[in-house]
Design a protein around this ligand. Structure first.
Ligand code: SF4
Length: 340
């Protein structure tokens, strides 16, 4: 479902995504990097990742247009196959890849994929945050690396399929071809020192790739999630807000501040979490420390000694903190008391 549209229909539009200004600036930078058949982008790939290969002059830039995401995915796979067979450099501008996520196909569109003369493939991510003196904001680089790792996994599925495919009819017989290699170092392209010039850095995404692969393998399948929903629940954004609120409320959710940077429904879930007085909205580490105390009122009552098992370490720590606080306030009160 379109979670951004659902959030708006619920009356809690997401503050997600980039501003129009940032989008325009990002698009202009990407267009500049890919101008002239991607000459600058290919120069950076060559310099940072494959300096021993022949220079990427006259690289192929195949047309990847096709009808619908499935058509574009098939067109991309064909272009990759042709590029490997042709040798030399090929730039795939906005290819489309498909990845199985919990039993449902997700379509992904990297900024670019470059095929090297040795037949290996590199994911390229073009970002508009600056790279200052060769390094960029680590949080933004980390997010770009996690994004690129998903593309690497999707490309590996394409490579595995190509490696398993028979040669076209009429082609000379050969040993079974190995699957093309998807490089685990991706290229991150950014503006250099706030200028319009491009600079790039090779980012090793092996760790992010392994983490994402594990997470994907552990995901509950979409059908199982759908089976657990009450009969007739529907998230179509054109439904009345009350109906949608009830539908979203039928799905268990545990809001945490991290949701604000990761999910379009964050403002809606934050309001629900506030209304439920849940401690989870104060952060996952705190929730973990409070154990069975799930609401702010439970926590305050335990601290005041009105409820809770005194042998529970969380309850004992809260009571100790409350008594220290009372002691500190009493001391402070004496310190500021007027002289007799
Ligand atoms: S709990 Fe967080 S991740 Fe789940 S739907 Fe709400 S905002 Fe999104």
């Amino acid at each position: 479902m379109d979670k951004a549209a659902l959030a708006s229909a619920l009356g809690a539009p997401s503050g997600f995504g980039q501003s129009q200004f940032a989008l325009t600036r990002g698009n202009a930078f990407e267009a500049r990097v890919k101008a002239d058949g991607g000459a600058e982008l290919l120069r950076l790939v060559h310099a940072r990742l494959d300096p021993g290969a022949e220079p990427p002059a006259g690289a192929a830039v195949p047309d990847l247009s096709a009808h619908g995401p499935e058509g574009r995915t098939a067109r991309t796979a064909l272009a990759l196959r042709e590029a490997v067979a042709a040798g030399g450099w090929t730039l795939l501008d906005h290819p489309m890849l498909a990845l199985d996520v919990a039993g449902s196909l997700a379509f992904l569109e990297p900024d670019a994929v470059v095929v090297h003369p040795d037949g290996s493939w590199t994911v390229v991510e073009i970002k508009s945050f600056p790279m200052l003196d060769g390094s960029a904001d680590p949080a933004k680089v980390g997010a770009a690396a996690r994004q690129a790792a998903v593309y690497v996994l999707a490309l590996e599925e394409v490579a595995a399929r190509l490696g398993a495919q028979p040669e076209p009819a009429g082609a000379p017989a050969r040993e079974s071809a190995p699957a093309p290699r998807v490089r685990h170092r991706v290229l991150l392209v950014c503006p250099k020192d706030f200028s319009n010039l491009a600079t790039a850095s090779a980012v090793d995404v092996r760790k992010q790739r392994a983490v994402t692969a594990r997470q994907l393998a552990r995901l509950t399948r979409v059908e199982e999630i759908a089976d657990a929903l009450p009969e007739g629940v529907c998230f179509a954004p054109d439904r009345p807000a009350e109906e949608l609120t009830a539908a979203v409320g039928a799905v268990p959710a545990t809001y945490a501040p991290e949701c604000l940077s990761a999910c379009e429904l964050a403002f809606h879930c934050r309001e629900r979490s506030r209304a439920a007085d849940a401690v989870a909205r104060l952060g996952r580490p705190l929730r973990a420390e409070l154990g069975g105390l799930t609401t702010v009122e439970d926590v305050l009552a335990a601290a005041r000694g009105e409820s809770g098992d005194p042998d529970d370490p969380a309850v004992a720590a809260l009571r100790r903190a409350a008594s220290l606080r009372a002691e500190a306030l009493a001391t402070a009160g004496r310190a500021v008391a007027p002289c007799p």
